[in-house]
Design a protein around this ligand. Sequence first.
Ligand code: FAD
Length: 534
Amino acid sequence: MMPGAVDAPVAPPPYAGPETDVLVVGAGPTGLMMANQLQRRGIRTLLIDRHAGPSRETRALGVQARTLEIYAHLGVVHRALEWGKPGNGADIWADGRRLARVPLGQAGAGVTPYPYILILGQDDNERILGDRLRELGNDVRWSTELVAIEQSTDGVVATLREPDGHTRVVHAKYVAGCDGAHSAVRHLNGIQFPGAPYEHVFFVADVEATGSMVADDVNVYLWRAGFHLFFPMRGVDHWRLVGIVPAALRDRKDLSFDDVAPSVKGVAGIGLSIGSCSWFSTYRIHHRAASRFRAGRCFVLGDAAHIHSPVGAQGMNTGLQDAYNLAWKLALVVAGKADTALIDTYAAERMPVAQALLRSTDEGFKFIVSDSAFAGLMRTQIVARVAGFAMMFRRVQLAAFRTVSQTGIHYRKSPLSDGTLPDDAPQSGDRFPWLKLVLDNGGAVEDLFATLDDMRFHLLAFGQPLPIGLPDFGALLATHEVPAGGANDAALDRARIPRPSFYLVRPDGYVGLCGSTLDADSVTSYFAETLHMR
Ligand SMILES: Cc1cc2nc3c(=O)[nH]c(=O)nc-3n(C[C@H](O)[C@H](O)[C@H](O)COP(=O)(O)OP(=O)(O)OC[C@H]3O[C@@H](n4cnc5c(N)ncnc54)[C@H](O)[C@@H]3O)c2cc1C
């Protein structure tokens, strides 16, 4: 498949009218997640993409645990698990020898129901999200490009170029710019995108190959000036190969897989036999972050807001979580249930995540591509062995897993995070931990990630009754007085949840408010003053 190839055009859904609540620009993973989350919350959503149909390029490959947790709430995790392959481990090779094996299959045991990284191509992720959106009664309007935007205090007038070449005007209350690295929403709002390109050029190839690679593991071949990664894909001997184009070939415009194959064979050793290559693409990566994530009624998310090296398989996942962060807030504002101050917290929470990601992927990338002899020696002789050894320790394994899986991301400094508990307890701004508890006296143990839905807030009271006088928040809040005893005590001790305590969990699974003694006033004032609910 050539870069840019797409499925046969799909008949576009009819416009609901010249007006919509949210115009989502771009039907990559970020836009599809955004449209799904808005649609299930009953928000009128128009999702457009300038391409003629879904992309069939694999591109991003690693689906992190935090994304799978969101997929579970969306009702699509079974499909992702059916189509993907859990990465069991990483084998690190240098100079024809296997230096270390890092077990990954259970790295996050106890942290999440999905304690691994799932290998599933971006095209499959997009297909899963697109199918779900159709089930929810919406679809992408393909061959439709955003070309102009005019903002006023009460809405956005967007000019779209239609499949027949004509332009059409749509009035939207808000615009979600999920339109990738060259984002029109970002440009049209004059949002800067500072950063720089790297000199290195990546290549990606889908190949049938046999060789020293350990089946079902990620195989990392380190060489003095770079690396080659083999990711196991669905099917027999099917690998996704990612690597650095040798410096001498960097400026060639017409590269094919045959040009880079000799360098791959040189590194992956004798015995590597490549049967066929079904997709080959090169790309130069940049590290950039938008100077603002919001301009009036327009937002930027995903690659439109931040791009970085693919080290750590974070790109697609970060975009999906941008959308998950913004969607519930925007839905409340559009429905008239919260003031617009709530949506300011999207940038306040997601910009620090993007900036930290840029820093860590930049450091990691520079190290793995540094041409210096010292870095080459470190990479091929020292680091692999040290990493392999360190990862034998559970504490190191867990810390690494929390970072890479994005389950460790927190919003402790967010304006939405309020309340205190002892330092070793989960804090406001943390992702509420994965727990199995008895919620009803005498009832069965429940998996809280399955029981606590993501369409409302959940107030959990531990070691104390729910307070009298809690206002009725209707469908917005569910309350749970968690009984003490046996299995619950042990699970809460493991998670370092003190008693008495309480946690108010946001729809996206993060703790908004927490504390020791629960009273109706603090919950009421959190909803009114911190969340700006009406
Ligand atoms: C070759 C390649 C390999 C990659 N490999 C990896 C990897 O291994 N790991 C990783 O984490 N990441 C990888 N990435 C990056 C990853 O693909 C992105 O992070 C991810 O696609 C971001 O998703 P998105 O939805 O934010 O943007 P995109 O996927 O770029 O989607 C944006 C969409 O917006 C549409 N659009 C743009 N402008 C307009 C407009 N004006 N009007 C209407 N529609 C518009 C586009 O057609 C596109 O469909 C790779 C990228 C490339 C190019």
